[in-house]
Write a protein that binds this ligand. Structure first.
Ligand code: SF4
Ligand code: SF4
Length: 340
């Protein structure tokens, strides 16, 4: 275990930028959002979570997959846009690291998503433990936080003027070696401080979810009136899926750039949109209650059934913060778990 002074963090990130595109939390007015390294706005000691999750680093909001060029004299030329850029993401919260484990399961299980695979293989994840818990955070209910135990190349813990740093992979260990002049050996006092921060954070949650009770209750809740009841408040905006670190649905479209140039593009979709399951003959989920139920069942029943118990929620709390219909997912799920 090592330490790095907060004043030296920027030097470390700048050194990384020789080999990687570096993405960090940036101060944007009163919010913190992930973006390309900008020393002036780097949110070194930010509290809580970023407004949007860090999933965009592995699964961008939109991306060009293929280009079809028919401008030449011969056959149509097809180019596949496999991502090759190396990226290092610093400051990823434990709830987002856990979300990436869900994305990995979905995109890297056969049939492997080649675009996600390439980006994942080229991405370094430098996590940042949470020592201050937000009012909407409930990651502890999923053992996804406030401190991360896996899923990172390096993990940082904020201890006053410095960070404690541990590697979680060979690449992380190599980076610590390579930039050894910026890091110092951690002492027993550093370790104890981090441990007391962890214990304090674990007891600071004001939002919790009884996940085992929910998983049992959902077995009998498919026809519960709660789904249509919540749907009355839902504005169908899709924000809950956009901000969620585990939501991974996308749409694919062929876009005409010019008469002879086309691009195949994919972009995030949401099961809360009315057109999500619309087909030529009919829409298999025609009411918002059905769409709301689908979101919950996908996260807590269908995904774990396919991916060995892995849940589609990490308790990040973003959908509580940003729901345009003021729906509190935890209150809804607690109602389901404990029979209204
Ligand atoms: S469902 Fe809500 S609380 Fe759970 S991970 Fe997604 S955005 Fe976060
Ligand atoms: S964020 Fe809220 S209002 Fe918007 S689709 Fe999701 S549940 Fe509905």
């Amino acid at each position: 275990m090592k330490t790095i002074a907060k004043t030296k963090l920027i030097a470390f990130l700048e050194a990384l930028s020789d080999d990687y595109r570096v993405v960090v939390p940036l101060q944007q007015g009163t919010e913190v959002e992930m973006g390309e390294l900008d020393g002036g706005r780097l949110a070194v000691g930010y509290r809580g979570k970023t407004r949007f999750s860090a999933k965009e680093c592995l699964f961008p909001e939109s991306e060009v997959m293929l280009t079809f060029d028919n401008r030449g004299a011969g056959a149509v030329e097809t180019t596949e846009h496999t991502p090759a850029e190396k990226t290092a993401v610093w400051g990823v919260r434990p709830c987002d690291l856990a979300g990436m484990a869900t994305l990995d399961a979905v995109f890297l299980s056969p049939p492997v998503d080649t675009y996600y695979y390439a980006r994942r293989a080229n991405t370094l994840l430098l996590g940042l433990n949470c020592h201050e818990v937000g009012t909407s955070c409930f990651c502890r209910s999923f053992a996804a936080g406030p401190f991360a135990s896996s899923g990172f190349d390096m993990i940082f813990t904020d201890v006053a003027e410095r960070f404690l740093v541990e590697s979680g992979s060979e690449v992380g260990a190599r980076l610590l070696e390579q930039h050894g002049e910026l890091f110092a050996e951690a002492g027993e006092a550093d370790r104890q401080e981090a441990e007391s921060l962890r214990l304090a954070a674990e007891t600071a949650f004001t939002t919790t979810l009884d996940v085992p009770a929910l998983l049992v209750a959902l077995q009998e809740a498919f026809d519960d009136g709660v789904w249509e009841e919540q749907a009355k408040k839902c504005t169908l905006c899709g924000t809950c899926c956009i901000v969620c670190p585990t939501c991974h649905c996308f749409n694919v479209e062929d876009v005409r750039k010019t008469r002879k140039l086309f691009q195949r593009v994919r972009y995030w979709d949401s099961c809360q949109f009315t057109g999500f399951t619309r087909m030529a003959a009919e829409n298999s989920r025609s009411t918002q209650g059905e769409r709301w139920r689908q979101k919950i069942y996908d996260k807590f029943v269908y995904l774990p059934a396919v991916y060995d118990g892995l849940l589609g929620c990490t308790g990040c709390g973003r959908c509580l913060d940003l729901c345009q219909g003021n729906i509190n997912i935890v209150q809804v799920l607690e109602k389901v778990s404990h029979g209204h």
